[in-house]
Ligand binder design. Sequence first.
Ligand code: 5AD
Ligand code: SF4
Length: 472
Amino acid sequence: MNVPNYKDAKSREKKGVNILRDFSIEDDKKKIGNNKKYFIKTYGCQMNERDSESIGAILEEMGFSKVDDYEVADLILLNTCSIRENAHNKVFGMLGRIKRLKEANPNVIAGLCGCMAQEEVVVNDIMNKYKWLNFVFGTHNIHKLPTILSEALENQIQNIDVWSKEGDIVEGLPVKRDNNYKAWVNIMYGCDKFCTYCIVPYTRGKQRSRLKEDILSEVKDLINDGYKEITLLGQNVNAYGKDFENIEYHLEDLLVDVSKTGIERIKFITSHPWDFTDGMVDVIKNNKNINPFVHLPIQSGSNKILKLMGRKYTKEKYLELVKKIRENIPNCVITTDIIVAFPGETREDFEESLEMVNLCEFDAAFTFIYSKRAGTPAAKMECDISKEEKENRLRELNQVVNKYSLESNKKLINTVVPVLLESKSEKVGMLMGYTDTNKLINVKASDDYIGSVVDVKVTNVRTWSLDGELYE
Ligand code: 5AD
Ligand code: SF4
């Protein structure tokens, strides 16, 4: 049994990163899932979605087949998220339902993985109150799933195997992608920024950048498989390459090389304002297949709060960057994340966040009430903001954010935008897809267009989506 340990999770040793390339599943483990069905539920961010695509592929190599209804599954796996309290609550709610299912059918096997598995408090809870859960593994040892699962089945005791120390890079895991036209490509794991509210540096470990050769080879394979769009993924993509020992190679270099592969559309998330260089602006501007879309979390508009958050930029610096992007890439969509009611946030601090939304005119924003995460520095900060006030601030912020989202969409009416059509829309006779600037759009088109990038004339807009027709 290996349980998580925050002391190790926090440490950042200067030693290099191991790259493991020898993943394989032993023959005796390849039959474990024969005639059995698995269900996987993924919570949280794209990083988790991408992990689930590998977990699913490993399970299929072990003989399992996928189902979308947990009630008919032999194996249920929850790939969890720790970012806010409500993500936790959803998982615990689901565990309650699985418990009832297991009471009716004790042969069902259930496991938990992902970020919550890396949390000391969660695993303690599981050992005390969820003894029926068969196995737990973390974000650093997905490649050990075949062993962990077979041990859980053999020994019939709760198998907890969570590694807290740093983590390696594991290349060559199988993957079964959920989408046939757009794909997630990890470029780095972990995060070394330690923003004071954030649990990610503890649950995902130290920053480890993948080698350029591995990323480019994955992109080339995706092109050969007919993929049209990739999103380069990292918690903090602008710091890509900073952890290399004797290699000077950064996100802008990677973007240029990925662009040269000729893939039709390239996106990248998530950017940190701190590491966003002028070179990055030029790279987006000068390469047609790099989409004019930047997700740039501001978190707060108050310098006092930004400092308490450990974000290491000021609102003035942030504004300067937004101006630079808007001036150089006029059609660029800029989206953001904003937290309200961080400990110590006064009404004036909050109003500065509103002011930044007005100044930056974000095309869209994800907004959150601060959620205390055990083990992070902010968890020790005093917070005397009432629940009602927190909710009022969120509501007020959303009103301003939504106004700009609608305005941003209105500017597109009667313009022609490139859209990757992905699947049937919920609206009859329409397909759904995303613009190059990551806006959701429903398009009147026949199914033959699924998987193509087409020009679309925007006919109608709402706050969160657009309608359009093929422009021919
Ligand atoms: N409380 C609220 N929001 C948070 N985020 C990260 N940690 C917390 C927290 N403890 C938000 C940030 C981040 C996004 C992914 O989630 O805005 O950018
Ligand atoms: Fe969390 Fe900050 Fe790292 Fe983003 S940059 S994952 S908010 S610590």
